[in-house]
Design a protein around this ligand. Structure first.
Ligand code: GLN
Length: 414
């Protein structure tokens, strides 16, 4: 089976760039756990996939290697940061791809490109050899056409790797296809009011509502739930993730590997010029934000507050899961936007509002195509499960895909 990997997994057979000039031509001396496991299961790597620089972005626009386009409408973004993977799978260039999701980078591009993708519970898939963006959030996951394909891939990708990744969960690998086909009669689907508030485009809302009706036909019941801190996930995430990024990216100093400036006058100059020349604008912005919120005097006001909000968001989910088995809502407030439309970074950050809560809580979450919005662009439904409930989530998506064919639709451009 062919597969292609997001270019943040280090691979020995291909260069790894993380979408950055910093790592142009970089060859890793070792293989990431996720790509190694997929290779050992018999999958053949077709190549590496474009992504936002160090996985920072929502439109694949921050890549140093150019823009990936949405196969449904090439004037639009495929989403990000795993935009290359979503585009490749949607365009039938590869039957499946790996992605990583820190704040939505598997779910949002899957939604924008009409494919299926899942981010497992934090710690399920090893982060060994995945170039770090925000270590307490980064998770690998598969992108493919169906939930069934995702279940097959995820079963191989997950499993303990505690010697190599200190946050790897010591939970045995699982066969996520086992629950596929189980009845969802009586399943309680939580519908958070905050995911349907102002800001959700009408075309997306209509497609999501229709998908929820389909679930009722399959025997599920819809239960209103509250995730009152949904909006706060944006400021909390955009403090925590840059903080971790500023620390993780300090390793790119022009000394050990990566870009080195040509004629430094001294060591300080070597650091400064190497980093200034090779990191793109968005990465530099986040390093500055991260260093600022971690600095003495501002740590308590920003970083610590964000961590507290993160805990409250996780608690809100546990309260909601008392009344429901899975949570459903939109992945993104709109369909894929025109390239360049969210050049203002804040506009792009705000569009992450529905994917960030599950990321901050470390919960498994996925996107499956459920219809069409404006301009005949795909709309994805987000399903969020409680910890370690990937099998159930995949089955809930699979049941929908047994009675609908959105996941089989092909872009006309191919
Ligand atoms: N769009 C979010 C960000 O820019 C999420 C990216 C991701 O999940 N890697 O940080």
């Amino acid at each position: 089976m062919p597969v292609a990997h997001k270019d943040v997994f280090v691979t020995t057979d291909f260069p790894t760039t993380a979408g950055s000039k910093m790592l142009e031509g970089y060859r890793s001396p070792f293989e990431s756990t996720v790509t190694r496991k997929l290779a050992e299961s018999g999958m053949v790597c077709l190549g590496k996939l474009n992504c936002d620089e160090f996985a920072m972005g929502s439109a694949n626009e921050t890549s140093a290697y150019g823009q990936a386009h949405n196969p449904w409408d090439t004037s639009r973004t495929p989403g990000g940061s795993s935009g290359g993977g979503a585009a490749a799978v949607a365009a039938r260039l590869a039957p499946a791809a790996t992605g990583t999701d820190t704040g939505g980078s598997i779910r949002q591009p899957a939604s924008f490109c009409g494919i299926t993708g899942i981010k497992p519970t934090y710690g399920r898939a090893s982060r060994y050899g995945m170039i770090a963006y925000a270590s307490s959030l980064d998770q690998a996951g598969p992108m493919a056409h169906s939930a069934e394909d995702c279940a097959l891939l995820l079963s191989v990708m997950c499993g303990p790797d505690t010697e190599r990744d200190a946050t790897s969960l010591d939970v045995p690998a699982e066969n996520f296809t086992r629950q596929l086909g189980d009845s969802i009669e009586g399943l309680r689907i939580g519908v958070p009011a905050q995911f349907f508030a102002d800001g959700l485009a009408d075309d997306v809302r209509t497609a999501i509502d229709a998908a929820l009706k389909e679930y009722e036909k399959l025997g599920a019941t819809l239960v209103p739930v509250q995730l009152p801190r949904t909006q706060l996930s944006v400021p909390a995430y955009y403090i925590i993730s840059p903080a971790e990024a500023s620390s993780n990216l300090s390793r790119f100093d022009g000394v050990r590997y990566g870009h080195r400036t040509a004629n430094p006058v001294d060591l300080q100059d070597l650091y400064k010029k190497s980093r200034a020349e090779a990191f793109g604008d968005e990465v530099q912005r986040r390093i500055m934000i991260g260093a600022y919120v971690l600095s003495e005097g501002y740590y308590d006001a920003y970083y610590l507050q964000a961590q507290k909000i993160r805990r409250l968001i996780a608690n809100d989910f546990q309260a909601a899961f008392k009344d429901c088995d899975v949570i459903a809502g939109p992945v993104a407030p709109s369909v894929a936007w025109q390239l360049g439309d969210k050049a203002d970074p804040l506009a792009s950050y705000l569009a992450d509002v529905f994917t960030l809560p599950a990321s901050l809580a470390g919960l498994p979450a996925m996107s499956l195509p459920v219809g069409w919005g404006a301009h005949q662009m795909p709309v994805g439904l987000q399903l969020i499960g409680n910890y370690l409930q990937e099998g159930r989530l995949l089955n809930v998506a699979h049941r929908f895909q047994q009675v609908t064919d959105f996941h089989q639709a092909e872009p006309k451009s191919i």
